[in-house]
Every structure is written in structure tokens, then in C-alpha cells.
Write a protein that binds this ligand. Structure first.
Ligand code: CA
Length: 657
């Protein structure tokens, strides 16, 4: 009898806790459009009412301890969780580390987020009507595809014991949250667990650990969704392969969640295909669990950012502006909302801003004391290779949705406005860089218009005024091969031209890198067995393609390879080309130039053996306006037994003084 009562009480407590029907909570999430915004937001059609609009806010408490103040749109200091809810955020995500402290109690950083911090954050989220997404890393510090370190306390456990410990830890953490009245909406079993979890790499072990965690979730929070979180959707087949294993090992979960950082993670179209595939093949819900976009290239905490104006080799779909950030969020929501079983998008992490704008020393002290940087120096005791070397501040302060002063950015309203649309008149938001190359002997002509990116993310040409003097232009001609930056103004916004002064090559497909012959031509006088463009990096002078020839019979290597060029400005030009080969016997090889069909120059060339390129030039090709120039190489080999062969690459037609 007594036992039955216990069970009933437990069940009642679960309902209260995990459903979040705790007294004192009052939703401030708007059910209507936020009016009066200047943000351009195209409505996301058919967006479900219960679509998850998530914000990771893991660092908030460490930020506040470091002196950060957050404000609302009226400029009043206000609980940042209230401000998030007021702008349409429905779920708060929080990372949980088992024990992010060294033996002396110093926090590792990244918010020093343990269960206790997660409860505090969960209570504040619940207070304003939001649900908590609990992101168990099952590590003492950051877990991602590159590292899944086991918590120190579990270090020497075999996988069965570890699974028991993981179950007990998860159950205890969720029970504490439930007791505190936190509305837990979703629980992640690990963070970006592509190849490992909690120090285990064998999938059977990973599955065992996941099921141990999942069991605790089902028992304590039966209404919460269980998520498996992966990264790198751009890697073909990676998610499907993982989901297949989850199915094979009967891992109990509801949601396959993806990180999506557009700089590296492929297109939205690819993301949609990948998530659709998971939903259709395995019947799971899908979502984006982490995404972000830079609203500025500028760092504000003296600790370098992951993404900046100088970032090389990244995909930049939008300008780094507040509107660009909003357009990114809107388009990710639009993508996930139209994927089968797509349930939501979470941003990482909009509230992690600079702890001060004075100097590095002041900030460093706060990062060390309160854990408000990504890692403190103490993190090195657990993670010597990463935290131990690179500890510091926030690397994503320029991707937050609050400015360095704690005021919300207009982009925060996107979470509400996507539901209704806010198609205000598009205006110029940023000017795209203009990339130009001019011949040192040619004429510098800066364009009169540049591309403006509108708030609607459309591009239009707008007039530009370049800030450059005749003397500076003159110096560019005299400065040799070099790249310059010229600034200007368009639509009141800064414009920039990246101008390279080069020895312009007037030939097209000059090194055969198009993979075809055109617009080169051949005249095959000897009927060669092989005469074609070949892809073979080791046989190319540069790049991966070159012109290849070989022929067995004597005297059958006898051809010209040439290109005609029209529209050259009057002047003097030179033609250069390279050849290598062998088994040639007697040869007559030369590069040449014709003007309007009349030969004006030729330079002898030779082939000797593999890898010995002969590069020769025809100088002094005088051209008048309107004349056609033909440049080429003539190759004639008698052959020395097994057939003459060779490679031709990199034709250059340059201006010459
Ligand atoms: Ca930074």
C-alpha cells in the first residue's frame, strides 16, 4: 500500500516537473507579431505553432558574475531570459559537464556549467514560459567530433560500470531539475557524438551509454524528447551511417539533431536533403541544434573569434551585419520547417558577449575567476592539448544576438517575425567587395557601380565614388605585380575594391585547366595516335591538366597547337609556352606568333627527357587595333623507336614594354 502511494506521488511529481506546470511561471512569449521593427523578414510559410525557437544561453550566469548586464529593447536592465522569451524564444539550451573543476575547485571555463548551473538557468527559463534543452556532454569539459573525453571520475571504469554511472548521473540531474520545477523539453545524449562518446569509440559501447542515459530520461521525464546530436551534415552519408547504427543497436531516441555552421557545413539544400533522409528512412524527428552567424567581423573581448573579416576559406552567404545574421536564422528556420518531421532550430549562443571592452588583462581575470571565457587556464589540467594551450575568452562574441553593451540586436526579433513576416522596404545593407585585375601595361578602369546587398539579401548595382587620386593610380602602374585596396562610398556605405596589378594573360584556358581544348586548336599534319588534353597532375607544369601527345610511327608527331586572340589593345606583346617530352629523334619544335596571318616571330624549343620543361618566349609582337594575333607551338619529331611523346602547358600572352 505504502509502495503504491510512493509510485503515485512520484508520477504526480514527474508531471509537474517535466511538463513545467510549476506555480509562478508565466509565459511572456508573444502570441502576436512584434510591431515596428526595421528588420526585413520574409515570412516562413506553414510554420508549425510549436516549432522550437531555441537559444543556447549556457554562459549567462558566468557572464553575469563577470559583471555583464543585459537590457531589453526599451534600454532597461532586465533578466535576459525574459528578453529572450519576449522575442519569441521558446526553448533554452544548456550544456552540462559532469565536473568542470580542477582539484582545487577552479572552474575550467565555458561557463563552468555543471548540473547546478543548468538548474539555475532552467529555473529562469521556466519562469518566463520556456522549456529547457539539456545538453549532457558526458565529459568534464567541451565535447565535439574532435574530442569526447571521459569524466575523470569515470576514467577507470569498464563500459558496463560507466553505463551505470551515466544512468545514475542523468537520473540524478533530471530529478534535481524536476524538483526545482524546471520544464525539461528535450535531453541530448552527448554533444556532437559523431565518432565517440564519453571516451568510447566502439559503437556497441556508445549505444550502451546512450541507452543508459535514455533510460533515465524516459523514467524521470517521460514527456521530454531524447536527442542524438551530430555535426558535419556536409559529409556525404555520415548521418545516415550513424542513424543506421543507432537502429542496429536499438538506441532509444526521438530526434536526430544537427549542428549547422554555414561557413563549413555545406548548403541549406544539402542540410534539407540529409535531414529529410533521416526522417524518411528512420522515422525520426529532425532539427538544427546549433547554428549562428556573425553580425560583425569585429572582436570585442580581446580574444580572437572563430569567424572574422579575415577568415579565409569560408562560405559567406550574407554580409556580416545584424540583418545578415537575421537572414541566416530566417533561412535556417525556413529550411528545417519544410523538412519532413523538422521540429526546430537552436542558436549557439546568442547571449555570450564580451565581459568588458577595456583591455585583455581585465577580461582575463574575469575569465579565470568566473569561467566566462571558453576555457580558463585551469582547464589545462583536464584538457592539456586544447584548453591548456589556447585558453581565453569568447570566440563567438561577434555571433551573439546582443551587442557588447548588453543591448539586444534587432536580429533577436527574427524569432518572432518569421511567423508573420516583416517585409519592410528593402534597403542597402552592405556593399560587396569588387575584385578586379588590371594589366600593368593596360588601363585601370574602376567600375562606376558596385553590388549592394539589400536587407532582403537581393543584390543590385548602385553608383559608387572611389576615393583614389590620379597619383595613386599612376603609382599602381609603376609598382609592379601587386594587390591594392581602394575604398569608396556607395549608398552611404563603405565600398572596397581589391585591385590586382598583374601581367595579364590574354589567352583563355591557358593551362588547359578547363579540361577541354577550346579555344586552343590543333592542326595535326602527321596523324598522331594521341593528341589531347590530359588530366594528370604529375605530368602538368601547373594545375592538373596539360596537352599530351604520343605517336608510334616515325614522323607521325607533326602538329601545331595554337590560339587566336582578337580585341587586343594596340601595343607590343610576348608569347611564352612550355614543353617537355622524350624519345623524339630529330626534332623541329618552335613557338611562334602571327599577326593577321603573317608570321612575326618564332623561337626554337626542344624536348629531352621526362620532367625537363623547356620554356621559351617570342618577344616583340607588334599589334595594331583590330588585328588578330595567333600564337602557338609547332612540334615535329622523327621519333626514336618507341614513339615520340610530350606534354605542353601554360601558354602566356602578355603585354611587353
Ligand atoms: Ca572574442
Amino acid at each position: 500500500m505504502q509502495k503504491r502511494w510512493m509510485i503515485l506521488l512520484l508520477a504526480a511529481a514527474m508531471l509537474i516537473g517535466c511538463a513545467g506546470k510549476q506555480g509562478g511561471s508565466e509565459s511572456v512569449i508573444p502570441t502576436q507579431k512584434i510591431e515596428g521593427s526595421s528588420l526585413y523578414v520574409r515570412k516562413v510559410e506553414d510554420l508549425p505553432d510549436d516549432f522550437i525557437m531555441g537559444m543556447d544561453a549556457s554562459s549567462v550566469i558566468a557572464e553575469e558574475q563577470s559583471g555583464v548586464k543585459y537590457y531589453n529593447f526599451a534600454g532597461e536592465e532586465q533578466d535576459v531570459f525574459k528578453t529572450l522569451a519576449e522575442n519569441g524564444i521558446t526553448h533554452i539550451r544548456v550544456r552540462v559537464w559532469n565536473h568542470p573543476y580542477d582539484k582545487d575547485g577552479h572552474g575550467y571555463g565555458g561557463g563552468n556549467n555543471d548540473v547546478e548551473k543548468a538548474i539555475q538557468i532552467g529555473e529562469r527559463a521556466t519562469k518566463y514560459g520556456m522549456q529547457l534543452i539539456v545538453d549532457f556532454h558526458y565529459s568534464d569539459f567541451w565535447a565535439d567530433p574532435g574530442k569526447q573525453m571521459v569524466p575523470l571520475a569515470w576514467k577507470d571504469m569498464d563500459v558496463r560500470t560507466k553505463a551505470d554511472a551515466l544512468y545514475a548521473f542523468t537520473r540524478d540531474a533530471l530529478m534535481q531539475m524536476k524538483d526545482a520545477g524546471v520544464a525539461v523539453g528535450m535531453v541530448q545524449l552527448g554533444n556532437e557524438t559523431n565518432g565517440a562518446l564519453c571516451g568510447e569509440k566502439n559503437f556497441e559501447n556508445i549505444a550502451r551509454l546512450m541507452n543508459a542515459g535514455g533510460k533515465a530520461v524516459r523514467e524521470v521525464c517521460p514527456d521530454a524528447l531524447i536527442a542524438i546530436h551530430l555535426a558535419n551534415p556536409e559529409r556525404a552519408g555520415a548521418y545516415d551511417g550513424f542513424a543506421k547504427k543507432l537502429e542496429a543497436f536499438e538506441v532509444d531516441y526521438d530526434v536526430l539533431a544537427s549542428s549547422y555552421y554555414p561557413y563549413w557545413h555545406g548548403t541549406l539544400e544539402n542540410l534539407a536533403n540529409v535531414l529529410n533522409g533521416i526522417a524518411e528512412t528512420y522515422g525520426k524527428k529532425v532539427m538544427v541544434m546549433e547554428t549562428s552567424y556573425a553580425y560583425t567581423g569585429v572582436d570585442t573581448d580581446f580574444s580572437g573569434n572563430t569567424i572574422s573579416d579575415e577568415s579565409a576559406n569560408i562560405i559567406k552567404d550574407y554580409p556580416f551585419t545584424v540583418q545578415g545574421q537575421a537572414n541566416h536564422v530566417r533561412n535556417v528556420i525556413d529550411t528545417v520547417a519544410h523538412v519532413k518531421n523538422g521540429i526546430g532550430v537552436v542558436y549557439w549562443e546568442g547571449t555570450w558577449i564580451t565581459v568588458g571592452t577595456k583591455d585583455w588583462e581585465t577580461n582575463h581575470e574575469k575569465w579565470e575567476t568566473y569561467g566566462s571565457g571558453w576555457a580558463s587556464s585551469y582547464g589545462g589540467s583536464y584538457d592539456p592539448d586544447d584548453a591548456g594551450k589556447y585558453y581565453g575568452g569568447c570566440a563567438v562574441d561577434n555571433q551573439a544576438m546582443f551587442g557588447p553593451d548588453g543591448n539586444p540586436l534587432e536580429s533577436l526579433k527574427v524569432w518572432n517575425l518569421v511567423r508573420y513576416g516583416n517585409e519592410v522596404e528593402p534597403r542597402a545593407d552592405a556593399i560587396a567587395d569588387t575584385v578586379l585585375a588590371f594589366d600593368l601595361k593596360g588601363k585601370i578602369e574602376l567600375p562606376e557601380t558596385v553590388d549592394a546587398v539589400l536587407t532582403s539579401n537581393e543584390t543590385v548595382a548602385v553608383p559608387v565614388a572611389w576615393n583614389v587620386t590620379d597619383a595613386e593610380i599612376d603609382a599602381m602602374y609603376k609598382g609592379g605585380v601587386k594587390t591594392y585596396e581602394i575604398v569608396g562610398t556607395a549608398e552611404g556605405l563603405p565600398a572596397r575594391a581589391i585591385v590586382s596589378m598583374i601581367n595579364f594573360n590574354f589567352l583563355q584556358n591557358f593551362g588547359f585547366e578547363d579540361g577541354v581544348l577550346d579555344p586552343w586548336k590543333t592542326e595535326d599534319r602527321g596523324g598522331a595516335d594521341q593528341l589531347y588534353v590530359e588530366e594528370k597532375i604529375t605530368d602538368s607544369l601547373n594545375g592538373t591538366y596539360h596537352m599530351h601527345f604520343w605517336s608510334a610511327a616515325k614522323d607521325s608527331v607533326n602538329f601545331s597547337l595554337y590560339q587566336e586572340v582578337t580585341g587586343l589593345s594596340a601595343g607590343t606583346y610576348s608569347f611564352t609556352i612550355s614543353i617537355m617530352g622524350g624519345d623524339a629523334g630529330d626534332t623541329e619544335i618552335y613557338c611562334y606568333a602571327l599577326v593577321d596571318g603573317v608570321e612575326v616571330g618564332r623561337t626554337p624549343m626542344q624536348i629531352t627527357s621526362y620532367g625537363n620543361w623547356d620554356t621559351q618566349t617570342v618577344h616583340g609582337i607588334e599589334v595594331k587595333d583590330g588585328q588578330t594575333v595567333t600564337v602557338g607551338i609547332s612540334v615535329k619529331c622523327s621519333g626514336a623507336g618507341s614513339g615520340a611523346w610530350g606534354k605542353i602547358d601554360d601558354g602566356l600572352l602578355n603585354s611587353e614594354a
